[in-house]
Design a protein around this ligand. Structure first.
Ligand SMILES: [Zn+2]
Length: 300
């Protein structure tokens, strides 16, 4: 018993900075890359791009700025989720030792993996606008190659909206977001009290008027600090966990909808889309991740 208790104590000391008698304040920071300061094209976004290695550093610095802001607002435990591309972008040796980091895919909750109702707040860093938005650098939802629309209960949702609904199912509010003006605008329409750090103004899909990395990081730190500080006044997003959700996914190509509709759980309202209803956003997320990840040749 004593051994177990001292082990638990040692573990909690390792992973948090919470003091004796103090409630832990857990913050999840999901980090994407298209909305990072200065990002405009694929050259910054993946290992094949000539600027990728440099922009991994900027992405990491923005995540670190968010960590710093969250800690200044009282966060005692921080989980950072690498939610772009291969999920292996963040330079993990640059984070403070008490931070935990989720890497790679697949994962049932996708971009907000690791989230549960013990968290006090969620922060989105480096986010971009959704695929049906006419504005925003690299506007897309989950997969620019494969998906042209994602709806929950008939309403178009972007990655921030989808993540906010998963968080809402756990009763956790999204308190801050960084990205271009289109990405920030989408979340603030949904969550008026959240803080937005607009680090660039989009000009087109592949062009923006951007801040410098240092200026972007300073803004992120400030807005995240403010968002986490006022987390108690920001409402978690509906739909509530008690009501089923209906999801529509429209594919760029014909065959995913055709083949998925063989499964009785899927309707096929149009040639390129499927529709399904499940008990909550957590189940919806699992189905969505399955649709994106499954292929018969999966190995190992
Ligand atoms: Zn994304």
């Amino acid at each position: 018993m004593t051994t177990v208790r001292s082990m638990v104590l040692a573990l909690s000391c390792l992973f948090s900075t919470v003091g004796v008698g103090q409630e832990p304040i857990k913050v999840l920071i999901a980090v994407d890359m298209e909305g990072v300061t200065g990002v405009v094209t694929a050259e910054q976004l993946g290992p094949a791009g000539f600027e990728y290695q440099r922009f991994r550093e900027f992405m990491t610095d923005e995540a670190l700025a968010a960590v710093a802001g969250a800690r200044e607002a009282g966060a005692t435990e921080i989980l950072v989720v690498d939610s772009h591309g291969n999920g292996q972008n963040l330079l993990i040796d640059r984070f403070p030792p008490e931070v935990r980091i989720i890497r790679s895919w697949p994962r049932p909750l996708g971009m907000v993996a690791g989230l549960d109702s013990s968290f006090a707040a969620v922060v989105f860093i480096g986010y971009h606008s959704g695929t049906t938005n006419r504005h925003g650098v690299r506007a897309h939802t989950m997969s620019s190659a494969n998906i042209t629309s994602l709806k929950v209960n008939g309403e178009e949702v972007s990655e921030s909206g989808w993540g906010a609904m998963i968080a809402g199912t756990f009763g956790v509010p999204v308190v801050a977001i960084s990205g271009d003006e289109a990405a920030v605008g989408e979340l603030l329409v949904r969550i008026p009290g959240a803080e937005g750090a607009i680090v660039k103004q989009s000009i087109s899909f592949h062009s923006a008027n951007t801040m410098t990395p240092a200026a972007g990081q300073a803004l992120i730190r400030e807005r995240v600090r403010e968002g986490v500080r006022k987390r108690g006044s920001i409402s978690p997003v509906s739909p509530p966990s008690t009501e089923p959700v209906t999801v529509d996914i429209t594919f760029k190509n014909y065959r995913p909808a055709e083949v998925l509709a063989y499964l009785p759980m899927f309707e096929r309202p149009t040639s390129h889309s499927i529709q399904f209803t499940v008990k909550d956003m957590l189940a919806a997320s699992q189905v969505f991740e399955f649709v994106g990840d499954y292929e018969i040749g999966l190995s190992p």
